[in-house]
Design a protein around this ligand. Sequence first.
Ligand code: URP
Ligand code: ZN
Ligand code: ZN
Length: 474
Amino acid sequence: MARTLIINGTVVSPTGRQLIDVLIDGETVVAMYAPGQVEAQGVTADTVIDALGKYVIPGGIDVHTHMELPFGGTNASDTFETGSRAAAWGGVTTIVDFAVQRYGENVIDSLGEWHAKAAGECAIDYAFHQIVGGIDDEALKAMRYLTENEGVTSFKLFMAYPGVFYSDDGQILRAMQTAGDIGATIMMHAENGIAIDVLVGQAIARGETDPKYHSYTRPSLLEGEATHRAIILSQVAGNAPLYIVHVSASDALLEIAAARDAGRNVFAETCPQYLYMTLEETLAKPGFEGAKWVCSPPVRSAHDTHHHHADLWKGLRTNDIAIVSTDHCPFCMKDQKELGLGNFSKIPNGMGGVEHRMELLYQGVVNGELTLERWVETCCTTPARMFGMYPKKGIIAPGADADIVIWDPATQTRIGINDKHHMNIDHSSWEGYVIDGKVETVLSRGTVVIADDAYVGRKGHGQFVRRGLSQYLV
Ligand code: URP
Ligand code: ZN
Ligand code: ZN
């Protein structure tokens, strides 16, 4: 098996940074050496990568992507092939995507459908959560089956999107009772969809049809309310593991922090769009351009009573927010976002970002919001532990998969449709952002997939990862 040695780099983990040389044999990290030990012990390799002046970090793990998601009358524009390749360009070596069961469908069959979409297509490793859009006796049995037999141990439910994926409180409680029993995690889209639909109907009736009304009709209060309700339901279900996805607002964060202070099994993620973007600079652009940034929950206003950005960055520092994912769900303007011309409620919800999470969060390090170690923890290590993939993933250590990113802090990355952009989408939500630092080299299970500004991986290299239970439960 081929041996690769990464020398002279600074290896970063959640607990610190150190000059260490890393030896890979085949797909696995097999040894790590203090400076001088490679020469002293006569260690040799087929390939030597010099990482002098660079950070050597575990491959990024994005636990919230939607490749090919059928949604809003169309399909998310990245396939598993194009989206996983773009992820590799962004220093991501594992994605966790969502298999989808809609009301009336069989959960186990739907997981099979998503396996068929992804198998043989991915550039990097992949795993699945299961969306359960129709909780009934059969679906509850399937949750147990998937957790015990299929390596799918987390289930997304929706308090939003009535008539699409929505579950009522009774269904949610039953799913949480099952999850609590088997140790699985409930991932919650926490927005009060019933109230939102009333506000949306009233706005359209008033002729308020532009993209910005998407945000005005989904106030942060309704994210906070749904988050509170989800937390109470998980408490009633006996402290069932609850993970709030894509937190966008201080209102929700306050509820999460209170639950965590009370010692509950409540965890949360946010996404780069909620850390950087404002309604005024995105959805409120003139004409239909704001459609590019229609996602749910929405990007918030800079003039709210809460300072959402500052609060979310703080939540990341204090661990009330444990993970940054992207909620990558890209739709082109042409023929896709355009479905909502003249009616914002028909704009497919979602934006593309799987390629830029590591970059955008590293900018948080440069800006003094996070330490280098916390960057690695929130983007690489905690995702692996939260979703049962550690220590195979999420860490550079002997025995771990050799999923490694060499990060150059001395270069910049210019994001944009004519700059760095590899996702299958006809615009960039991050157009014009210039980031300090750059993904230089990416290894997926010991194979170089990105080097010298080129993709050198192959479709089908990525393997399905069977996951265990969350490692954060009490
Ligand atoms: O707007 C979004 N977030 N689209 C993807 C589906 C979801 O709710 O995560
Ligand atoms: Zn969601
Ligand atoms: Zn999502």
